[in-house]
Design a protein around this ligand. Structure first.
Ligand code: SAM
Ligand code: SF4
Length: 463
């Protein structure tokens, strides 16, 4: 029998890439590949790249420099290493990667990675392959479900892509160009995938998509299903104790989704709803298709449905034309919403996007200074939220061994890591934990005797 070959996949960027990396590993398993955690002994190295912000391609080229050394030393021992670049940098750079990096054997875009076994076979004949078309076939139809053993090594939480691509064309963003037009997977396929995960011990599933709440996958009756109704169906799968979804666009929030937040106890009370800016002028220039007050109204509706819902967001500072006044409106929005956390980014000119060609680009020093001020406001709000958690009892999904011996790390409903002294056999269980302290975005707690959960109390704790 042949020795299994080793596959190392390095993921950059968002959860969509983490999901794709797992699916690539599942796809290569029947080809005789087992996953390894290091590139050192791998026979196939895949860099699953992201190019949402600047210097992404440069980072990949410098990583390829390190990979070249590995490949050369393996060749010295008579071992052939195949190197693939996948993901959005592969899509954007295409043949340029082959030209600039002789170490690369194949380049495959995010919509074509189901062809990996085929491409690999071609590269075995010393052909250097570039596959960045958007193929007509649906890649998901070609991806096998993971084995139970593979799922177990990935833990008790999992991502499931339900939607891909984007038709929104925000003027700063490359996603519509690299991931292509919006597509939703059929309901039955998603239910089968989640059932398989649940049967392998997964307790928490996050449904993901670049614009996940635009989901409109085909249901059994041939009609389009909304994300709200999909969540309802997924919540019925035995074993699934907690559900999340990300990333949402404020314009695609419909009544079904709001009802899901009201009606589904499994749906975690935490929502990532990126706003990018608090200024109507900048929102319009970004082509976000909503105003600040539209966004605030959406938050009000969600809070009315689920009072303990906490919000996180993404922000971009220094978009072309952003004045001090515009920026102040972003700062005031953070305080108005009282986010439990947020990601903030310096605007990065992405080639081919309308924003890159706009006049009034903001100087780097102004952007950096604004980022620091924004992060200070975000951190202040996050610290208030963390403090409000102290003394409450949360259901915590125990995920893995903690930092100290005897400790487990779990996640609160609000996605905060929670450290608790607890026996190892609690991994995979949802247990009530009384929160006793906080450091940065982590919480500390003790196992609570009673299963009473302070669900609504967070909404009023700080009031
Ligand atoms: N679809 C989501 C949405 O509508 O907000 C987000 C997708 S994007 C992968 C994740 C985040 O990257 C965005 O929310 C935005 O804040 C940030 N981002 C995208 N393009 C950027 C750019 N050119 N410069 C800085 N940040 C950017
Ligand atoms: Fe990019 Fe999100 Fe805008 Fe789509 S909605 S273009 S993914 S930021």
């Amino acid at each position: 029998m042949n020795e299994p070959r080793k596959l190392y996949v390095k993921s950059y960027g968002c959860q969509m890439n983490v999901y794709d990396s797992h699916r690539m590993a599942d796809l290569m398993a029947p080809e005789g590949f087992v996953e390894t955690g290091t590139a050192d002994d791998a026979d196939l190295i895949v860099l699953n790249t992201c190019n949402i912000r600047e210097k992404a391609a440069e980072k990949v080229y410098s990583e390829l420099g390190r990979v070249r050394q590995l490949k050369e030393s393996a060749a010295g021992e008579g071992r052939r290493v195949t190197v693939a670049v996948a993901g959005c940098v592969a899509q954007a750079e295409g043949k340029e990667i082959i030209r600039r990096a002789p170490v690369v054997d194949l380049v495959v875009g995010p919509q074509s990675y189901h062809r990996l076994p085929d491409l690999l076979a071609r590269s075995a004949h010393n052909e250097r392959v570039v596959e960045t078309e958007f193929p007509v076939e649906d890649k998901f139809g070609f991806l096998p479900l993971p084995s139970k053993a593979a799922t177990r090594t990935r833990g008790v939480t999992a991502f499931v892509t339900v939607q891909e691509g984007c038709d929104k064309f925000c003027t700063f963003c490359v996603v519509p160009y690299t991931r292509g037009a919006e597509v939703s997977r059929p309901v039955e396929k998603i239910l089968a995938e989640v059932t398989n995960l649940a049967e392998s011990g997964v307790r928490e599933v996050t449904l993901i998509g670049q614009n996940v709440n635009a989901y409109h996958g085909e249901d059994r009756d041939g009609r389009a299903c909304t994300l709200g109704r999909l969540l309802e169906r997924v919540a019925e799968i035995p074993g699934i104790a907690r559900l999340r979804y990300t990333t949402s666009h404020p314009c695609d929030l419909d009544d079904d989704l709001i009802a899901a937040h009201r009606d589904l106890p499994q749906l975690a009370p935490q929502l990532h709803l990126p706003v990018q800016s608090g200024s109507d002028r900048i929102l319009a220039a970004m082509n976000r298709r909503h105003t600040r007050s539209d966004y605030l109204r959406a938050i009000d509706r969600l809070r009315a449905a689920r009072p303990d819902l906490a919000f996180t967001s993404d922000f971009i500072v220094g978009f072309p034309g952003e004045s001090e006044n515009d920026f102040d409106e972003t700062l005031s929005l953070v305080d108005e919403i009282e986010y439990s956390g947020a990601y903030s980014f310096i605007y990065s000119q992405r080639p081919g996007t309308p924003g890159a060609a706009m006049s009034e680009q903001i100087p780097g020093n102004v952007k950096s200074e604004r980022l620091q001020r924004l992060q200070a406001v975000i951190n202040r709000n996050q610290a208030v939220f963390q403090e409000r958690c102290i003394g409450l009892t949360f259901e915590v999904l125990m995920e893995k061994a903690g930092r100290r011996s005897g400790q487990l790390t779990g996640r609160s409903p609000y996605l905060q890591p929670v450290q608790v002294m607890a026996p190892e056999d609690m991994i995979g269980e949802m247990v009530p934990v009384r929160i006793t302290g906080t450091i940065a975005n982590s919480l500390f707690g003790t196992l609570a005797a009673s299963p009473r959960i302070d669900a609504q109390s967070l909404a009023t704790a700080g009031a």
